[in-house]
Ligand binder design. Structure first.
Ligand code: NAD
Length: 259
């Protein structure tokens, strides 16, 4: 298995892309720290990893809270001895609303989870990656990079664009430590994320476009699955991608090219 003897951290591992990535990395032989803020979800992911013969370390933390991130990553190092792979995945859609209706506290919450959360994940884990080199994958989006047409998603798109900027900046900064830093930019993927999305004033923000045969060319319109993203994350986490750094990889079935 290509990740045998490696230790990975996956944030937002309780559902969707994070859960699928945690399982895929565990299947490839990595010990996986499954981090998130909902213990019941993490217990399920950890049990699924153990059911396939893998090893999971359950880490309950809010990615935007420094103290809980520091203590979780310390726990992972104490239990597993090292850190090689970091998947900064936890994120929210937040509130999608017209810019003159979006409340400052709603803006702050999206920035807090998606951007402060990504920063803290890297701030706390990079010292351990520097010991032996490693691979970081940030889960960004087509939003803010290839597409700007999701109604009212200004705060979300801003965080997703910033994540790709962070990846490119850090690919240069951390190359000397043999740490590669890449992003995946998924299109529409079937997960729980829409359950936690609040949309207001869509009539005002929607862009009037219609696609004749579905807006995801490779599937005829059907959303992707978390496993479609997880397999690209495995590639970026492994030595198979050893000469790839500072790169966003679109996992959108061509969706973003239509916008
Ligand atoms: P999801 O809601 O299924 O999973 C997100 C996970 O993150 C959940 O387990 C949740 O508990 C956790 N989380 C949220 N806030 C947290 C916090 N403050 N601290 C710790 N954990 C927290 O959603 P998903 O679709 O799997 O999203 C994962 C990532 O993929 C996000 O960054 C999202 O922006 C990105 N993405 C998703 C899609 C899509 O269509 N689903 C498309 C592009 C990008």
């Amino acid at each position: 298995m290509e990740l045998r003897s490696k230790v990975a951290l996956v944030t937002g591992a309780g559902s969707g892309i994070g859960r699928a990535s945690a399982l895929t990395l565990a299947e490839a032989g990595a010990v996986v720290g499954v981090l998130g803020h909902t213990r019941s979800e993490l217990e399920k992911t950890a049990a699924e990893i153990e059911a396939i013969g893998g090893t999971a370390v359950l880490l309950e933390a809010d990615v935007a809270d420094e103290a809980s991130m520091r203590s979780s990553i310390s726990t992972l190092i104490e239990t597993s001895g090292r850190l090689d792979i970091v998947i900064a995945n936890a994120g929210i859609n937040g509130v999608w609303a017209p810019i003159d209706d979006l409340k400052p506290e709603e803006w702050d919450q999206t920035i807090r989870v998606n951007l402060r959360g990504t920063y803290l994940t890297l701030n706390v884990s990079v010292p351990y990656l520097k010991r032996h080199g490693g691979s970081v994958v940030v889960v960004s989006s087509i939003n803010g990079n290839r597409t700007f047409s999701t109604p009212g998603a200004t705060a979300y798109a801003a965080t997703k664009a910033a994540q790709v900027a962070i990846v490119q900046q850090l690919a240069l900064e951390l190359g000397r430590h043999r740490i590669r830093v890449n992003a995946v930019c998924p299109g529409a993927i079937e997960t729980d994320i829409n359950d936690n999305t609040k949309v207001r004033g869509k009539d005002e923000t929607a862009v009037p476009v219609e696609y004749p045969a579905g807006d995801i060319p490779i599937t005829g319109g059907k959303s992707g699955e978390s496993e479609d993203v997880a397999s690209v994350i495995l590639f970026l986490a492994s030595d198979q991608s050893r000469h790839v750094t500072g790169t966003p990889v679109y996992v959108d079935g061509g969706q973003g090219l239509l916008r």
